[in-house]
Design a protein around this ligand. Structure first.
Ligand SMILES: Nc1nc2c(ncn2[C@@H]2O[C@H](COP(=O)(O)OP(=O)(O)OP(=O)(O)O)[C@@H](O)[C@H]2O)c(=O)[nH]1
Ligand SMILES: [Mg+2]
Ligand SMILES: [Mg+2]
Length: 290
């Protein structure tokens, strides 16, 4: 059927549409449905603060075990270091990196892990609490999820808790200094703990006696105690304990069914120095914008 419209018909339709728009009928209808969607309680949303991280800054989310001094004792962690416990931490951190592709590097030691997001990440619109709670929650659940693989004979006695925080670092020097700070902390604590527990477990001292013996000692003194009294060369202790663990993405060759290989991005664990320049000179892509 052919519909024929004259110019006057179109004018009539336009006029009536304009009259409808001017009328209050549609406004009332709109207000009614808006009121249905927006209750009088809606204003409380204004109490939520905008916590988006400053653009163009490195975002670090650090998680740390709550009361792990007690947790490690209750679950029979080996002293001073439990390789299984540290490996479980590395596994949980790998889950976090698998989920959040914008994390370019993670560093872990003891009961903590730091996750570095790309400077230009737009994950969760850079909202601080969204980032820290999602990372912390996934880390904690992965820690429990994989627990049995690392401690098959020990049932968790209570649910472990990790805290989380977001910190911003504006310059490349700042982010390097942050990571250096965590690795230096690992080194200082590990040297102290290794000597402290050698004095107790091998030297027969009580914890108080060991503490008194180490009071005021420098790192050279601790190295000397380890070497002369216990024949331990601290520099040959496992690197994971002395340096902590760095997680980065690397292209690794994977075998294909046809016998060939192809490159695949994988999260790998490295126990290397990240305080000096060497790591950063060989991984320049980490600090440059992509
Ligand atoms: N035996 C043993 N203990 C560990 C190991 N890794 C971490 N811990 C314990 O976990 C503690 C971690 O230190 P902190 O994070 O400063 O202390 P925390 O007890 O967790 O207390 P908050 O973090 O303040 O809640 C260490 O002091 C150790 O007691 C490990 O491999 N073996
Ligand atoms: Mg802790
Ligand atoms: Mg800690």
């Amino acid at each position: 059927m052919l519909i024929r419209c004259s110019a006057s018909m179109i004018l009539i339709i336009c006029d009536s549409t304009a009259a409808f728009i001017r009328s209050n009928i549609w406004k009332k209808a709109f207000h009614f449905s808006a009121a249905m969607a927006k209750s009088k309680f809606e204003y409380v949303r204004l109490f939520e603060v905008d916590d988006r991280c400053l653009p163009n800054t490195w975002i670090v989310v650090r998680v740390d075990g709550k009361g792990f001094h007690k947790f490690s004792t209750e679950h029979g962690y080996e002293k001073p270091n439990d390789i299984k416990a540290l490996s479980l931490m590395n596994r949980a951190a790998t889950s976090v990196m698998e989920e959040f592709k914008d994390i370019c590097l993670a560093y872990g030691q003891s009961d903590e892990y730091s996750f570095v997001f790309r400077k230009e990440t737009q994950a969760y619109s850079r909202r601080s609490a969204k980032l820290s709670t999602n990372v912390c929650s996934l880390f904690t659940s992965a820690f429990v999820y994989y627990w049995n693989e690392y401690f098959p004979t020990i049932k968790p006695r209570y649910p472990p808790v990790f805290d989380g925080r977001t910190v911003l670092y504006p310059s490349n020097q700042n982010i390097r200094d942050y990571l250096s700070w965590r690795q230096a902390d690992c080194h200082i604590n590990n040297l102290y703990n290794t000597t402290f527990w050698a004095l107790i477990l091998k030297g027969g001292l009580t914890p108080t006696e060991a503490e008194n013996k180490l009071k005021g000692t420098l790192s050279g003194d601790k190295n000397e105690i380890l070497f002369s009294q216990f024949a331990i060369n601290y520099n040959t202790e496992p690197e994971m304990l002395r340096k902590g663990t760095v997680l980065v993405r690397r292209k690794v060759p994977v075998a294909l069914p046809n016998g060939g290989t192809r490159e695949k991005s994988q999260i790998v664990q490295e126990h290397v120095d990240i305080i000096g320049d060497e790591f950063w000179n060989t991984n320049t892509h980490l600090l440059t914008l992509t």
